[in-house]
Ligand binder design. Structure first.
Ligand code: AMP
Length: 472
């Protein structure tokens, strides 16, 4: 069970446009980077629910004919990527059910830390689960609720779950968006003509020409129906939110705004500039690990006054290395994805900038590749601190023991990746580069300090409980 609770996802929802499904398709297309394993769209005309789901990329799953079949002026969609657990058709979102109060569809980005406990309790009361996903717990809690309106049932359900959720929900007559009180994952509100839209990131709005209105606030529930939009704040919101800083470091698209009116690209560049301040090294060129390392490398080059070059070319037609499940394939995957440019590298002292080292496999391959292409010195610079702990809030990270930073110090990692030098950005440097207050971010993957204390049951669900060591 614990293995199955690691998702990376995107959500999208639209209320009030006759091309709702088509616009959802485009929104999901723009949000493809948040999940490449499966996708789904659910639409409604106020009576029936139309559903299309499939494994793979958005562009491959939906045909024109299927989009046309998705009738109605309201729709929600979801992209999903889960390495752990089975890649199973049943787990594709939006989840759809037909229960006592009608139809319901749910799309979830995030991860519920107490899903196991709730699932066991619900099963004890007779719930029959259709998927392995933590998100389904929310659907069952809604169905069990005695609340009079859908809003009340949803609020009751959400008051029982713990962890991260950015949700888009659809009933016959309303679209609802909700974000957990800590605001772990982003969720944005937009307007397209008379329609209201929600999306994980604003790049989905840009593609369809929608206007970004504001973020859905931590702990906020937004209901859109024929009477318009209403905002509700039913939950106690903590003094300090826990926005995921890794969204800025790696996950969100650089052209997006997330967590308010803050664009990702300048933050990534600032991370690189700060890295140059902290870990300067004499060199001839700065090169990025494309694509995710590009803005930080530009920032480093600017900060260090060292020319920026493209020393690695990326083949864009291959999924992320991370997707490959087997270590053997992952090694191969790096070669498939990246190739060195010898003319740029020959005889040069090279600074290589990447956003993170997870297992260390990619960096090791890259250093070897650069060396083979003639680089004289290779200085690896990482625009975030060492990744030492798994994420339980919706970023897919390996288990703690697979994270090289959790068991090796920086010198040991340098030796493993065979670089001439290795330096990471400091925690403070990273948080200073991110917008707003430093204590408004979750940085558990870098510090092992999780913003919400885990209960014993959660520790078991999350695989943190080990009888041989004292639990965290
Ligand atoms: P590794 O070989 O495991 O050290 O992979 C490091 C690379 O994976 C870096 O270039 C990152 O850009 C990328 N990366 C980091 N975190 C993730 C993630 N959660 N999903 C996919 N790729 C990631």
């Amino acid at each position: 069970m614990p293995d199955k609770f690691h998702d990376e996802c995107a959500v999208f929802g639209i209320y009030g446009h006759k091309e709702a499904a088509n616009l959802t398709y485009l929104g999901l297309y723009a949000l493809q980077h948040r999940g490449q394993e499966s996708s789904g769209i659910v639409s409604t005309d106020g009576h029936n629910f139309n559903v299309e789901k499939g494994m793979g990329l958005v562009a491959d799953i939906f045909t024109k004919k299927e989009i046309r079949r998705l009738k109605g002026t309201k729709a929600i969609g979801h992209n999903r990527y889960s390495t752990a657990g089975e890649s199973n058709h049943r787990n594709i979102q939006p989840l759809t059910v037909n229960y006592a109060f009608g139809h319901l569809a749910l799309a979830h980005n995030g991860n519920l830390t107490n899903a196991s406990v709730l699932r066991s309790e619900l099963e004890a009361y007779g719930s029959i689960f259709q998927s392995d996903s933590d998100s389904e717990v929310i659907v069952h809690l809604i169905a069990h609720s005695k609340g009079e309106s859908f809003l009340n049932r949803l609020i009751e359900a959400l008051s029982l779950v713990r962890g991260a959720y950015s949700l888009a929900l659809l009933t016959e007559h309303e679209m609802v968006a909700a974000r957990d009180p800590y605001g772990f994952r982003p969720l944005c509100l937009g307007r397209y003509k008379d329609a209201w839209i929600v999306a994980s990131e604003t790049c989905a709005f840009d593609l369809i020409g929608a206007e970004f209105v504001r973020e859905v606030e931590p702990g906020e529930v937004i209901v859109v129906n024929d009477q318009g939009l209403t905002s509700h704040h039913p939950f106690i919101v903590p003094e300090t939110p826990a926005k995921c800083v890794f969204e800025y470091v790696y996950f969100a698209r650089p052209d997006s705004k997330i967590f308010g009116n803050y664009a990702v690209y300048p933050v990534r560049k600032a991370l690189g500039r700060q890295l140059a301040k902290e870990a300067m090294v004499p060199a001839d060129i700065v090169i990025p690990v494309p694509d995710s390392g590009v803005p930080a490398a530009l920032g480093f080059s600017e900060g260090a006054g060292i020319p920026f070059e493209i020393g690695l070319t990326r083949n864009h037609y291959i999924g992320r290395t991370f997707i490959e499940p087997e270590q053997s394939i992952r090694h191969f995957g790096v070669k498939l994805k990246l190739n060195a440019v010898p003319d740029v590298l020959e005889g040069k002292r090279v600074v290589v900038v990447d956003d993170s080292i997870v297992r260390g496999t990619t960096s090791r391959k890259i250093v070897k590749m650069l060396r083979n292409a003639g680089a004289k010195e290779i200085h690896m610079r990482i625009s975030s601190p060492p990744t030492i702990a798994p994420c339980f809030y919706g970023i897919d990270t390996p288990t703690q023991k697979e994270l090289i930073g959790s068991s090796h110090n920086i010198e040991e990692i340098r030796k493993y990746i065979t670089a001439d030098s290795l330096a990471y950005l400091s925690l403070e440097g990273m948080l200073n580069a991110a917008p707003g207050r430093n204590d408004h971010y979750c940085h558990a993957c870098f510090t092992d300090q999780y913003p919400i204390p885990f209960t014993k049951a959660e520790e078991i669900q999350l695989g943190l409980f080990d009888v041989n060591t004292s639990p965290r």
